[in-house]
Design a protein around this ligand. Sequence first.
Ligand SMILES: [Zn+2]
Length: 218
Amino acid sequence: MTEIDSRALRDLPLEELIACHECDLLMRREHVEPGLKSICPRCGYELEVHRRDMVRRALALVVTALLLYVPANFLPIMDITILGQTGVDTVWSGVQGLYNSNMEGVGILVFLCSMVIPLLKLLCQLLVLLSLRFNIAQRQGMLLYRTYQHLREWGMLEVYLMGILVSIVKLIAMAELHVGLGLACFVALLFTQVLLEVTMSRHQVWDELSTEDGDARD
Ligand SMILES: [Zn+2]
């Protein structure tokens, strides 16, 4: 970047600047048209994307995820038959099993990371989207979206799914396993959450939450 460019950037107000998340290149923020995205000229990282019908599509996904949440946690993940005894395992029974096996700390951690925080994340997203959809309580919407950003690091459904897959591979040699409907719902929940994360373009959500008159609604 030349000295002239640096000076020109220094004179711009903060809201007209954008820094690349990957390589820290500071640039003038360009307006992104619906359906288009801007990328960093240095490293190619996606800076901003403006999705069409973002709020409506994300609302459909968040409601789907909330509907999947209950069967994913309370329907059997798998049936295990070992030495003639059959047991049915759900996420919730796994948490209870850990807690009752003198591993209260691990049980509480699994309960928080696999059940409580994913639910709180979905509720935060739902309320943020409702705030955008109906153009109400933007201040609270911003607070909830900030909370969601902090919770993202603690919801570990992917790690939990990896654990389930590893246990299936380990147990398959020594027991008879039947995968349950809960696992299908769990995988569907995970994919819905990933899709939701991609659909809720972060810059777009922040922009719309900070638009007082709400003229950027879908
Ligand atoms: Zn970059």
